[in-house]
Design a protein around this ligand. Structure first.
Ligand code: SAM
Length: 378
């Protein structure tokens, strides 16, 4: 059928019109990201909060004044806000005289406030937005086709990410600040901390049984100890240890009497405990590295009979969560592919990692939004 390659089935009129609209949407979706970045840089969520709080909506002229923007730009800000309302970043009252309110999404972008009750933490996500939409991330993504054309180095050499190809240093590496831009490297660290801190409260509230009967826990790659301190506050009987790299532990609170901090390398040894936690760690690493990390964790825990387990909290790709959640998970996977050597995984990929590392069984204790909490047994 040689002729077929030169012809193509033209879509019906209805399909064509829909296809063109979808093409606009996908090709220009970066403008949604840039509109969100613009709103964060101007401080629009914080201004709306100050003008109206939860009770009253903020009018466009009041918003212009609060942001110190020239009145001549009001029609343009109205168009920016119209898009951000349409995609759920803000909500609007009225049609001609728009008044804007925060949505749950824009509430996590309000700066300089604390949670209104003791059970929740306000974790500001603006560093995440600013890094995800940064010139450095966008440039790395623009090199994706070139990167795919290039053969990977022979195994076991790691495959450098498009980010490394574009900028000459991996993300979150000592070399990043020197090779790229100290400001970007600091912002990326803040973005990681903001991204990771959101969610441990929900895990502790939703998974009551997860830590029942656990006497000691090592939070592997636990950063500055925020997660371990939250666990110790909720379960004071658990002896908590944080393992992270020396450069991170050096900045952690020295012997705060609640959590024990250990500087080390999770590829070499994990401080022994009844349970080891890997929260948002494995998605950063390749499959082979994950097997090495999980093997170290397995050495650190006792048998299943003695309550030994590894707790993994990470994204679980799950089409049944619906198209919007799946798209968020797959975009997070693309973000890992473009910017790191890691990936997001579906259940069969997680299962393979656990069994390759020598574990005998696992269960999904809870699915929480895009993430899942796994209990992995020796
Ligand atoms: C994605 S964060 C983990 C976040 C943390 N578990 C949380 O949920 O807040 C990555 C952490 O891994 C640490 N890390 C990276 N390589 C490491 C290694 N070889 N050994 C120990 N920690 C490491 C980093 O310093 C950083 O704190």
């Amino acid at each position: 059928m040689a002729g077929q390659a030169n012809t193509i089935q033209v879509p019906t009129d209805a399909e064509l019109l829909q296809a063109q609209a979808d093409l606009w949407r996908h090709s220009f979706s970066y403008l949604t990201a840039m509109a969100l970045r613009c709103a964060v840089k101007l401080g629009i969520p914080t201004a709306i909060h100050r003008l109206g709080g939860e009770e009253a909506a903020a009018s466009l002229p009041d918003l212009m004044a609060a942001l110190s923007l020239p009145a001549s730009k009001q029609p343009f800000v109205r168009r920016l806000m119209r898009l951000l309302v349409a995609v759920g970043v803000f909500a609007a009252d009225g049609v001609a005289d728009e008044r804007y309110r925060l949505t749950p999404l824009s509430r996590i972008l309000v700066d300089g406030v604390a949670a209104a009750d003791d059970h929740h933490h306000h974790v500001l996500q603006t560093p995440f937005v600013l890094t995800a939409t940064s010139r450095q991330y966008v440039e790395a993504a623009l090199g994706l086709d070139e990167w795919l054309r290039k053969d990977a180095p022979p195994a076991p050499a790691p495959v450098p990410s498009p980010f490394e190809d574009a900028h000459g240093a991996p993300l979150f590496d000592e070399a990043t600040a020197a090779a790229i831009d100290p400001e970007f490297a600091a912002a990326a660290d803040d973005a990681l901390a903001a991204h990771d801190s959101l969610g441990i409260g929900a895990v502790l509230r939703e998974c009551g049984d997860l830590l029942r009967g656990v006497a000691s826990l090592t939070d592997c790659a636990g950063g500055d100890g925020a997660t371990a301190r939250a666990i110790a506050a909720a379960f004071p009987h658990i002896k908590c240890t944080v393992l992270d790299l020396p450069k991170v532990i050096d900045k952690a609170p020295v012997d705060d009497g609640v959590v024990n901090y250990v500087a080390g390398d999770l590829f070499h040894a994990v401080p022994p405990a009844q349970a080891v936690l890997l929260k948002l760690v494995l998605h950063f690493w390749s499959d082979d590295d994950c097997v090495k990390i999980l093997s170290q964790c397995k050495k650190a825990i006792p048998s299943r009979k003695e309550g030994g387990k590894v707790i993994v909290i990470d994204i679980l790709i799950e089409p049944s969560l619906g198209p919007a959640m799946l798209e968020a998970q797959l975009l997070m996977d693309m973000a890992m592919m473009v910017n790191t050597r890691g990936r997001q995984r579906d259940e069969s990929e997680w299962r393979d990692l656990f069994f390759r590392a020598g574990f005998s069984d696992y269960k999904i204790a809870k699915k929480l939004g895009a993430r899942a909490v796994f209990e992995v047994y020796p």
